[in-house]
Design a protein around this ligand. Structure first.
Ligand SMILES: Cc1cc2nc3c(=O)[nH]c(=O)nc-3n(C[C@H](O)[C@H](O)[C@H](O)COP(=O)(O)O)c2cc1C
Length: 191
């Protein structure tokens, strides 16, 4: 199944990149497959460095900010122990990994990764419809160049009540951020 997580990688120049990614995972999480598009910085960094850190988190505001490249403020990062890289101090779990194989034949590259060190940092909040809605909205925001603007707007209208009814301040902030981003992108495309 797919786990919607956050991945940190390093560029050749040691610049940290943080991006939402949905790897294919097994429950044991000893191995997983990251499938970045070739346009993603994560793809370039994995090809270059072959390692990184996959995070399990319930911080959907950070996920939303990372999805649209608007991380503010940057979260606390700690140096990884077994790979060159960093992990998010406030994640629930962090899996330091190394790439074992890379398959470039598909539309997306497929990096099979092996977890080499796990940080169990804090409890996961639990299931929540607003968080789910923000994850969906974040995915939509990363597809503004692929999907019709009306379709995205309709999906956001359907998701909004979930955030209003079940979210806290961070979910509301995340959803507002994504809605504003999507509206701006749609206006830019119309011009
Ligand atoms: C929950 C979620 C999961 C995502 N999963 C992937 C993925 O598996 N592969 C991918 O290429 N992009 C995925 N994206 C989109 C990327 O996060 C987005 O394109 C981002 O800008 C890539 O960042 P980067 O260029 O810094 O690597 C996902 C987005 C979200 C919100």
């Amino acid at each position: 199944m797919i786990l919607e997580g956050l991945v940190t990688t390093l560029s050749r120049e040691d610049r940290v990149n943080l991006a939402p990614m949905g790897p294919r995972v097994e429950p044991a999480m000893t191995r997983f497959t990251l499938r970045p598009f070739r346009t993603a910085t994560t793809y370039a960094n994995l090809r270059e460095r072959g390692e990184g850190v996959l995070h399990v988190t319930d911080d959907v505001l950070l996920l939303a900010q990372a999805a649209i490249g608007a991380i503010e403020p940057w979260p606390v990062l700690r140096p990884a122990e077994q790979v060159h890289g960093h992990y998010l101090a406030d994640a629930c779990r962090a899996y330091e990994f190394r790439v074992i194989t890379c398959d470039e034949s598909g539309e997306r590259a497929a990096f099979v990764c092996e977890a080499v060190h796990v940080h169990r940092l804090r409890d996961f909040f639990g299931l929540n419809r607003a968080m789910h809605a923000v994850v969906e909205a974040a995915i939509l925001a990363t597809r503004v160049h692929l999907l019709p603007a009306q379709e995205i707007a309709a999906d956001l209208r359907r998701l909004a009540p979930l955030v209003e009814k079940t979210g806290g301040p961070r979910e509301t902030q995340a959803f507002d951020l994504l809605s504003t981003y999507v509206a701006r992108q749609a206006a830019t495309q119309e011009r």
